[in-house]
Design a protein around this ligand. Structure first.
Ligand code: PLP
Length: 400
């Protein structure tokens, strides 16, 4: 079968809820992927920052295959021998007391919402059914009905209502607007330290610190969605670390398993996650031994290979080189670490055609928000690999 045959099969039997580039990948190694016709591409999306360790990291292959041959799923009705070490590794690395494991990012966001509401009623003493959570315009927190209900993206919500009440939207990057929106019923502020899907939007310097101050002042939980920005992507363990901000709850997913398996988690203090009682919340697959073993090893690889500092250093390098590219189409190059957005001018005709041209030159990127090309290669990328990519990128950004 050739590329066209695979695409035809997918289009015939699969729901069309994505618009992928027409490349059918069947193998990956490090920053490189290969398609069914034998072409080689540099992966500059990393599955939306899930494949931070590079494709098919050997240590993760080993742990996954060994664990899969031994024990995969017990459910939480019983204990398993891999969960405790996963909790400990994540808690010690992140500096939080407790962990609640789930599978996908959206489930971890839902978990944080439930935790914030429970804390609001039991600790802050908000009247029953009155809890409010403040979110930001331009957010992306996942695709469940509750979460899309507070999206500001029309298409994410179109024909999916009615939605869950209790969410208030404020402009992103505007701390005064947050302060104005807080009421005695506000239990949490849910935000991304950099909006990834929103177009790699970096808030003004000092915003996160100011938001932390406001939340502390009003006894509102600071809830950081670091699913895309966390675990080294921006050159720090968490993107909040760039401003020395410690959120009350951090939501992580994607790279938590190095892209091998869906593993997500909420980390927080005992004062928050300690409020859950048996039966309050759960997931059949959440905390399973296969996912826990892989995630534990993925966290160890992050440390052993010094991927966080590496992302900081090479992210700076890549961003500087991109900013030097003379191009009539570029409006702005921005980002932190290896989460980089190149925003094109409105008259450039949209980022999609540039992503298609990059594909023809052996680089896979995805447009985000019409006019932004996101460059987010696996954190294991080398300086030589970045240098290789700059020529095709320069050519494509100078096409008609
Ligand atoms: C990807 C993402 C999610 C959703 O994660 P899923 O695993 O797709 O459910 C939530 N928040 C942010 C910031 C993300 O980038």
């Amino acid at each position: 079968m050739k590329t066209a045959d695979y695409i035809e099969l997918e289009e015939k039997y699969g729901a069309h809820n994505y618009h992928p580039l027409d490349v059918v990948i069947d193998r990956g190694e490090g920053v490189w992927v290969y398609d069914v016709d034998g072409n080689k591409f540099m992966d500059c999306l990393s599955a939306y920052s899930a494949v931070n360790h590079g494709h098919c990291h050997p240590r993760l292959i080993n742990v996954m295959t060994e664990q899969a041959a031994k024990l995969t799923l017990t459910s939480r009705a019983f204990r398993n021998d891999k969960l405790g070490q996963f909790y400990q590794t994540l808690a010690e690395l992140s500096g939080y007391d407790m962990v609640l494991p789930m599978n996908t990012g959206a489930e971890a966001v839902e978990t944080a919402i439930k935790a914030a509401r429970k804390w609001g009623y039991q600790v802050k003493k908000v009247a029953p059914e009155q809890a409010e959570i403040i979110v930001c315009a331009g957010n992306f927190h996942g695709r469940t009905t509750t979460i899309v209900g507070f999206s500001s993206e029309a298409q994410y919500k179109q024909d999916f209502g009615p939605f869950t009440p209790g969410f208030i939207t404020v402009p992103y990057g505007n701390a005064a607007a947050l302060a104005d929106a807080i009421t005695p019923n506000t239990v949490g502020f849910l935000f991304e330290p950099i909006q990834g899907e929103g177009g790699v939007i970096v808030p003004p310097a000092g915003y996160l610190r100011e938001v932390e101050r406001i939340c502390r002042q009003h006894n509102v939980l600071l809830i950081a969605d670091e699913i895309q920005t966390g675990l080294g992507r921006t050159g720090k363990l968490f993107a909040c670390d760039h401003e020395g901000v410690k959120a009350d709850m951090v939501i992580i997913g994607k790279a938590l398993s190095g892209g091998f398996y869906p593993v997500s988690a909420v980390v927080a203090s005992k004062a928050i996650l300690g409020l859950f009682r048996p039966g309050d919340h759960g997931s059949t697959f959440g905390g399973n031994p296969l996912g826990a073993a892989i995630a534990t090893e993925a966290l160890r690889v992050l440390v052993d290979e010094n991927l966080i500092d590496h992302a900081a250093e090479l992210g700076n390098y890549f961003q500087e080189r991109l900013a030097e590219i003379p191009s009539p189409h570029i409006k702005e190059v921005r980002g932190k670490g290896l989460l980089i957005g190149v925003e094109l001018k409105p008259e450039a005709g949209g980022a999609r055609r540039f992503c298609e041209a990059l594909q023809n030159r052996g680089i896979l990127c995805k447009e985000t928000h019409q006019n932004v090309i996101r460059f987010a290669p696996p954190l294991v990328i080398t300086r030589e690999e970045i240098d290789w990519a700059l020529e095709p990128i320069t050519d494509v950004l100078n096409m008609e």
